[in-house]
Design a protein around this ligand. Structure first.
Ligand SMILES: CSC[C@@H](O)[C@@H](O)C(=O)COP(=O)(O)O
Ligand SMILES: [Zn+2]
Length: 204
């Protein structure tokens, strides 16, 4: 695995996420696609800001089976769902930030609507602040299989793009490669902070 450049990029992304404080106290998980059948997922329960290559575990996308018998993320089923839904997805990042945790609770509906922000253009395919970008919000669940099934059913009617929020939990986002997933994470996090502050100020 030493020559697998996307994994090097992912390890660097994990360190960046840790330095940002977006994966506190072992929260968060990260993965990268390894061909059509497998992905490499962060080990469960580790400090994601300090991961090394050896902390990534191969998982079969179709089955969630782990050839090594090691223990990947408790949220493996959400990563493999993204890789199954989107053959072009190359990396998935899940973070626990204050903005995503709070905003996903304040928003009572099933989507966070973002419009009027120039930074929407950090999201692939968005070219104007005049669009409305809907980020789905799913109620959190400790049963990851059930949660993945709920998300998959939603996606059958309304294709997912960029990422989704888990209420009171955090953001899961992806991209065609680690760089794009990082840009989506940073862009969405910026937008969440703006939206939270806008709601706070306009409520006064
Ligand atoms: C630190 S509690 C958070 C976990 O329950 C989970 O939501 C999480 O993001 C990290 O789980 P992990 O199994 O380490 O990938
Ligand atoms: Zn989590």
């Amino acid at each position: 695995m030493t020559d697998f450049l996307p994994l090097e990029h992912l390890v660097a992304a994990c360190h960046w996420i840790g330095a940002k404080g977006w994966a506190p106290a072992t929260g968060g998980n990260m993965s990268v696609r390894q061909g059509a059948e497998y992905c490499l997922l962060s080990a469960s329960g580790k400090d994601k800001g300090n991961l090394t290559r050896d902390d990534f575990i191969q998982v079969e996308i179709a089955t969630n089976l782990v050839p090594s018998g090691r223990k990947p993320s408790a949220e493996t089923g959400l990563h493999t769902l993204i890789y199954r839904l989107f053959p072009q997805a190359g990396a998935v990042l899940h973070t626990h930030t204050v903005n995503s945790t709070v905003l996903s609770r304040v928003e009572k509906g099933n989507a966070l609507l973002l419009s009027g922000y120039e930074m929407q253009k950090t999201l692939a395919g968005q070219d104007t602040h005049l669009n409305t970008v809907a980020i789905p919000v799913f109620d959190n669940d400790q049963d990851i299989d059930a949660l993945a099934q709920r998300i998959e059913a939603f996606a059958a009617d309304m294709p997912l793009q960029y990422g989704f929020l888990l209420r009171g939990h955090g953001l899961t986002c992806w991209g065609k490669d680690v760089n794009e997933a990082r840009r989506h994470l940073e862009g969405l996090e910026f937008l969440f902070e703006c939206e939270l502050q806008r709601r706070l100020l306009e409520a006064k």
